[in-house]
Every structure is written in structure tokens, then in C-alpha cells.
Design a protein around this ligand. Structure first.
Ligand SMILES: Cc1ncc(COP(=O)(O)O)c(C=O)c1O
Length: 393
């Protein structure tokens, strides 16, 4: 019997389609447009990290690494967590290496949740969250962050927790808004987690990309939180190696073991020769991490200035490498999706419509917002701005 393409898709994934990043990057390639959509840098990371990967390949580290990840990377992750956050993890059992933060997240969600469990998370949200939660048969309960400041409404968070809530899924620094949760906000979340005995999963992939004196605080470092929190991060954003997909998850052994039980049937292992290279990166001196943030702050200011002069209302991020704009000054119907679809033809620039980061039922919250990435070479940012100026005129 003939079936249309969609009828083969599990009902759990209906409505998710293909990721917006694939769609917009394909559009950028097709139209030879400047891709300020997907969050990857157009420049390389530190050469010692790249050289370490080449050395690993040349020295024969090209087979399956151990299931939990190579021992030296697990040790380097544990050292990194202690160095930056004062958190101590046992490399054997409390640190697991994954295929990027994406797999860490999938492993935690699929390994821990039962069908029908509820997950409270911040909206707008990175697009894999909702799909993974749906695959687990669990239910998403979004709490919306709103511009201009994108602060967390703790009362709304409290109201989203029900007797079925099992997990709070955080992301700070936050994609796409660039918000960095304050210690008081994290304390409010922690109080709620303790009161309702909830697991917290904290996606911290932008942990080193914070600006203007903002400080990234890992919720696991708050009193009473280490043993109910899984911290996720990866090397992609910190070392400009998004294609290597080396991620990790740290937490109490019982939660890491549950994550690993699912992870072993997803990829089993990945990124063999890139694992020792990321260990080198994690041990770089403080100047590297400070320089990375300083450089990106300059890029943020460069793009933000340009977007303001092109006529957008712009919300300056304190973290990540994304800036969100309100397009309504340039397009009165406020249709961000249509705007992004037309932009490559109109001026040769690609952005991401923030509407895709919202739950279906809340789409109006993000309809008029568009995200641009500033992790690009200065000349590329300047060229993009010049092109965008054309849209305004
Ligand atoms: C919030 C967030 N989490 C996770 C990821 C994916 O990280 P990785 O490439 O390490 O899987 C991204 C990538 O853009 C992200 O923005």
C-alpha cells in the first residue's frame, strides 16, 4: 500500500519536520548568501587543539574509543569543572563523553524519563529539546522568557510545576536570547527543584561566552544541587570545533549511568581522535578563555551596531554568539519566518526565525523575532551589515 512520506513518521515526531538549521544553511548555500543563521564560526580554533587531533589521527587513535570516553578527556572535564566552578566529579562514573551536547541531552532525556513525565524548560528553546522529550513520550512545559531583558519569571516557573514534573531543563547562557541566568534566578530554580524533588539538566555549551561582566554560574554549584543535576557541555563552541561533536555530561553516578544506558544504543561512541584534542583545549590557560570572550564581545558589538543602523530593534545579548532582533520596524506584519525565507533573495543574508524556538501554542511570542550569529570574521559581519542596510532602504 502506498504511503505518503509523512505517514511513515512516528507520531511522536509529527510536527517537528526537519531542523530549521538544515533548511536555512541549505538556502544560504543555494543563494551563496552570508550565513548568520546556524551557530558555527567561520574561523578555526586554537592550533594546539587542531594539532592534537592531527597527532591523534597520525598516531593510530582511529578506532572505537571506550564507551564512557577516553580516560584523559574525562579527567580533563573533571579538572575543568573544578577549575571554573569548584565542582568535583569522579572521572570514572560521574563524567560521560558524548557525541556533542545534543547526544548528552538525548541520553539524559531518553534514559531517565518515563512516558507522561513532564519537563519544565525555558522558552524559546534549542530545537532538539522538544523533539527528544517527544521521543521519550514525555511532555514539555515551557516557561517563556520575554524581551528586552529575557529575565526568568520565577512565579511562572513555579506555576509550570505539577505533580507529574520530573525534570527542569535549563540552558544558560541561553540560546537564542543570549540571556545569562543570574545567581538569584538559579537559586529560585534550585529551591523549586529541592521542594519538588526534581532532576535538573543544565545545558551550558556557551559557558565561556559571556560579556559585560556577566558571570556564568552552574546551577550544580549551588548548595544541595550537585546530586540532582546533570551538567552538559561540549567543545564545539569553546574551541570553534562544532563539527567534531565532542560533548560531555557530569553528575551523580546514578544519573550519569541512566544517561549512559540510553547513549550506548544511540552512537555507542564517537569522535575518537578528537577526544584527546578537546582534552588539550580544556587545559588551556585562562588567557585563552578570556580572549575568546573578549573577541566575541567585539564581534557582538560590531554586528549589533550594524543591525541598529539597519533599523532593527536589537536586544543585546550578555552571552552566546547570537543576537535577537525585532523585525517589525522593517516589516510591519512581523512575520519573521517569511522575512528569513525572503532575506537571501533580497540581500544575500541568512538568519533564523525565532518562532521555531517556541512551542506551537506560543508562536505569537516569537513571531516577529529573528536571530543572527556573530561568530563570523569581521569582514563577513561588515559585509552582512552592508547588505542588510539595503533591506531598510
Ligand atoms: C543550547 C545548545 N545546546 C546544544 C547545542 C549543540 O551542541 P553540540 O554541537 O555539542 O551537540 C547547541 C548548538 O547550537 C545549542 O545552542
Amino acid at each position: 500500500m502506498a504511503r505518503d512520506q509523512n505517514s511513515y513518521l512516528t507520531s511522536r515526531l509529527r510536527g517537528f519536520g526537519s531542523t530549521i538549521f538544515a533548511e536555512m544553511t541549505a538556502l544560504a548555500d543555494e543563494k551563496a548568501a552570508i550565513n548568520l543563521g546556524q551557530g558555527f564560526p567561520d574561523y578555526d580554533g586554537p592550533s594546539v587543539v587542531l594539532d592534537a587531533a592531527v597527532d591523534a589521527i597520525r598516531s593510530g587513535q582511529n578506532q572505537y574509543p571506550p564507551g564512557p570516553g577516553i580516560a584523559d578527556l574525562r579527567l580533563a572535564v573533571a579538572e575543568h569543572q573544578r577549575r571554573f566552578y569548584g565542582l568535583s566529579y569522579e572521572p570514572d562514573g560521574e563524567v560521560l563523553i558524548t557525541a556533542g551536547a545534543t547526544e548528552a541531552l538525548a541520553g539524559a532525556v531518553l534514559g531517565i524519563l518515563e512516558a507522561g513525565d513532564e519537563v519544565v524548560l525555558l522558552e524559546p528553546m534549542y530545537d532538539s529539546y522538544q523533539a527528544c522529550i517527544a521521543l521519550a513520550g514525555a511532555v514539555t512545559r515551557p516557561v517563556t522568557l520575554r524581551p528586552p531583558a529575557y529575565g526568568l519569571d520565577l512565579e511562572a516557573l513555579r506555576a509550570a510545576v505539577t505533580p507529574r514534573t520530573r525534570m527542569i531543563l535549563l540552558n544558560t547562557p541561553h540560546n537564542p536570547t543570549g540571556a545569562v541566568l543570574e545567581r538569584e534566578e538559579l537559586q529560585g530554580i534550585a529551591d523549586l527543584a529541592v521542594e519538588h524533588d526534581l532532576i535538573v539538566v543544565s545545558d551550558e555549551v556557551y559557558e565561556h561566552l559571556v560579556y559585560d561582566g556577566a558571570q556564568h554560574v552552574s546551577i550544580a554549584s549551588l548548595p544541595g544541587m550537585r546530586d540532582r543535576t546533570l551538567v552538559i557541555s561540549s567543545g564545539g563552541k569553546t574551541f570553534n570545533t562544532t563539527g567534531w561533536k565532542v560533548g560531555w555530561i557530569c553528575g551523580p553516578a546514578k544519573l550519569v549511568a541512566a544517561t549512559r544506558a540510553a547513549k550506548q544504543f544511540l552512537t555507542y561512541v564517537s569522535s575518537g581522535p578528537f577526544q584527546p584534542a578537546i582534552a588539550v583545549g580544556l587545559r588551556l590557560p585562562d588567557e585563552y578563555f578570556v580572549g575568546l570572550a573578549a573577541d566575541l564581545r567585539r564581534k557582538r558589538d560590531r554586528l549589533t551596531r550594524g543591525l541598529v543602523s539597519a533599523g532593527f530593534e536589537t536586544f543585546t545579548p550578555r552571552g552566546t554568539y547570537f543576537v535577537t532582533v525585532d523585525i517589525r520596524p522593517l516589516r510591519s506584519d512581523g512575520d519573521g519566518y517569511a522575512f528569513c525565507r525572503e532575506l537571501p533573495d533580497r540581500c544575500g543574508v541568512v538568519g533564523i526565525p525565532n518562532v521555531v524556538f517556541y512551542d506551537r501554542s506560543h508562536e505569537r511570542e516569537g513571531r516577529h523575532l529573528v536571530r543572527f550569529a556573530f561568530c563570523k570574521r569581521d569582514e563577513v559581519i561588515d559585509e552582512a551589515v552592508e547588505r542588510l542596510m539595503g533591506v531598510a532602504s
